[in-house]
Design a protein around this ligand. Structure first.
Ligand code: R5P
Length: 297
C-alpha cells in the first residue's frame, strides 16, 4: 500500500507520477503562522509514503518535509521515501574557504536521519562518486535526466552539443551519444556567484550550425550567458539551452534571451517558465525497481 504525497507547488508533476505508478496522490496542507513557523497536515496515510518535493528554496522546504515525514510516521507509515527531483545544498560539497560548513554533508545526514529512501535527479556530485556518500545509510538514488534531455533534441538538425565546463563532459557525452551528435566541452573559471569566464577550444566547429548548451543546473544563468556569447561570436546559426534543473529568475532568463539564446528548456524538477520536460518515467521506473510502488491504498 503506497501513496504519493505532494506540496502545492509540485502537485501537478506528483499527480502524474502517482498516475504512472497507479497509486493515489494526496495534497499536503501547509501554512505559516504569523511568526513564520510552518504547520503541516497530511490528509491520509499509507504504509509506504512517497513524499514528492523538490528542494529548491530549500531552507523553507526542508523544515516542512521533516514535519510531513513525522506526521506520516505518526499515522502509521512504515517507510517514508523522499522524491526530490532537485536536491538543494549539494553544491557546497567542501569548505572552499576556512570556516565554511560543508552543507552537502550536513543536509545529506539530516535527510538520511528522517527518510528511508531518497530519489533525486542529477544531483551535484562533482567531488564524490555516489549519492550515498552524502546521504549515508539509506538507499539514495541519483538518476540521470540524460534520456529525457536526449529525447528533447531534434537530431535531424545536427546541432553541436556544448558542455560549458569540464565537469559536464560525461554528462553531455551521455546525452549526445544515443543521437550521434558532436560535442564540445569548455573550461570555466568562476570568481564569484555571477562572475564566470568560459573558453571552448574548437568552437569554430559551430559556425553555421545550431548549438545547444547543456548543463545540469542553470542557477544565475551566467555560465550559459558566457558560453552563449562565445557561440554567437563563433557564428552558430542558433543557440539554445537545455538543463535538468533551471533555478534562474525572470531577469536571468531575460539576459539569456537578450544574448540570443532562443529557447531555454528544463525538466519539471523545478517549476518555472522553462520547465517543460517530464521526469515521471525515470522516477517511476526507479521507484518500481526499489519495490516502493506497492499496491494502491
Ligand atoms: C557547476 O558546476 C554547474 O554544473 C553549473 O554550471 C552551475 O551551477 C551554473 O551556475 P550559474 O548558472 O550560476 O552560472
Amino acid at each position: 500500500m503506497s501513496a504519493v504525497f505532494a506540496f502545492a507547488e509540485g502537485a501537478d508533476e506528483a499527480g502524474r507520477l502517482a498516475g504512472e505508478l497507479g497509486v493515489p496522490c494526496h495534497a499536503i496542507e501547509a501554512r505559516r503562522f504569523p511568526d513564520g513557523e510552518s504547520l503541516v497536515r497530511v490528509p491520509a496515510f499509507a504504509e509506504t509514503a512517497i513524499l514528492y518535493r523538490s528542494l529548491d528554496d530549500p531552507n523553507a522546504r526542508l523544515v516542512e518535509i521533516l514535519l510531513a515525514a513525522s506526521a506520516l510516521r505518526d499515522g502509521g507509515a512504515r517507510r517514508v521515501v523522499l522524491v526530490a527531483p532537485y536536491l538543494g545544498y549539494m553544491r557546497q560539497d567542501m569548505a572552499f574557504r576556512p570556516g565554511e560548513a560543508v552543507s552537502q554533508r550536513v543536509i545529506g545526514k539530516l535527510l538520511a536521519d528522517h527518510f528511508d529512501g531518497l530519489v533525486t535527479i542529477d544531483p551535484h556530485l562533482h567531488r564524490i562518486a555516489r549519492l550515498d556518500e552524502a546521504v549515508p545509510g539509506i538507499p539514495a538514488l541519483a538518476l540521470s535526466a540524460a534520456p529525457v534531455l536526449s529525447a528533447a533534441i531534434d537530431r535531424a538538425e545536427r546541432p553541436v552539443l556544448i558542455g560549458p565546463d569540464s565537469e559536464s563532459r560525461p554528462w553531455v557525452e551521455a546525452i549526445a551519444a544515443p543521437l550521434g551528435l558532436d560535442v564540445l566541452v569548455g573550461e570555466k573559471d568562476r570568481w564569484g556567484d555571477r562572475d564566470v569566464a568560459i573558453r571552448i577550444s574548437g568552437i569554430e566547429a559551430v559556425s553555421g550550425r545550431p548549438a545547444i548548451l547543456v548543463d545540469d543546473v542553470i542557477s544565475s544563468g551566467m555560465t550559459m550567458l558566457a558560453a552563449a556569447h562565445l557561440l554567437r561570436d563563433a557564428g552558430a546559426s542558433r543557440v539554445e539551452a537545455l538543463a535538468t534543473h533551471c533555478l534562474a529568475g525572470a531577469d536571468d532568463l531575460a539576459r539569456l534571451a537578450a544574448a540570443g539564446v532562443e529557447r531555454v528548456r528544463s525538466t519539471r524538477s523545478v517549476s518555472g517558465p522553462t520547465a517543460c520536460l517530464s521526469n515521471v518515467a525515470i522516477l517511476a521506473g526507479a521507484i518500481r525497481r526499489q519495490g516502493w510502488a506497492g499496491s494502491a491504498v
